[in-house]
Design a protein around this ligand. Structure first.
Ligand code: FES
Length: 235
């Protein structure tokens, strides 16, 4: 076992425990976007950064092992500032149509922007705009919402083994694509939906199982919409 101090609280964890797990064990609420406990680690989004005493830079806790004697702050000014900048950068490439998005209310980007009070991005409009891709009967791919966390790629590889998608290009031009930017239907994709399950935003949604496609699970009632304040009565 090793001992470390997280937000002033001394805890003991097994050697080999990742710093993210140790922080959560200490009760810290660490935001994560690319991390998924069922997928191989990527360490790419940096939302999970924490301040480790004596380290020159913030540490991505999901890919760093906890070490004996570490003194960690999970919400220092630097950590909060860093997370805000990351959210602004992600927001630059994310199309916000939350009221009509399938993920509204269950979206990590939405949650974290709210949590850190990020209402707009100073980089707005600088991201790429790929739009909707690939007309297929099962998966809606809206890459104007993709935040490049690569969870879908790692699920397609690590869970299903299909390896139908990967990261294409770099920087602003980077996108998730089937081989040669072709259609999913022409790839090894089996439309299992694992990529949809792990997408933290609304970039991947099901055409057959969600929202508009599941009338059997929706009960129609008369209600007064409060979205804009006009107060229209809708079914
Ligand atoms: Fe740790 Fe993305 S959650 S780097």
């Amino acid at each position: 076992m090793i001992k470390l101090t997280i937000d002033g609280k001394e805890i003991e964890v097994a050697r080999g425990t990742m710093l993210l797990d140790a922080c959560r064990q200490a009760g810290a609420d660490i935001p994560t976007l690319c991390y998924d406990p069922d997928l191989r680690l990527a360490g790419s989004c940096r939302m999970c950064v924490v301040d480790v005493k004596g380290r020159p830079a913030l540490v991505a806790s999901c890919v760093a092992p906890a070490e004996n004697g570490m003194v960690v702050q999970t919400e220092s000014d630097d950590v909060v500032e860093s997370r805000k900048i990351i959210l602004e950068l992600l927001a630059a490439r994310h199309k916000f149509e939350c009221p009509t998005c399938e993920k509204d209310g269950d979206c990590k980007l939405q949650d974290y922007m709210y949590r850190y009070g990020v209402k707009e991005s100073r980089y707005d409009g600088e991201g790429p705009h790929f739009g909707m891709e690939d007309p297929n009967p099962f998966i809606e791919r809206d890459y104007d919402k993709c935040i490049m966390c690569t969870r879908c790629v790692r699920a397609c590889d690590g869970i299903t083994g299909a390896q139908a998608i990967n990261v294409k290009d770099r920087g602003h031009h980077a996108k998730i694509a089937a081989p040669f930017d072709g259609k999913l239907a022409d790839s090894t994709c089996v439309f299992c939906g694992q990529c949809i399950m792990v997408c933290p935003v609304g970039a991947l949604t099901s055409k057959v199982a969600a929202g508009k496609g599941k009338p059997a699970q929706n009960e129609k009632v008369l209600t007064t919409c409060t979205y804009c304040g006009t107060g229209c009565t809708l079914e």
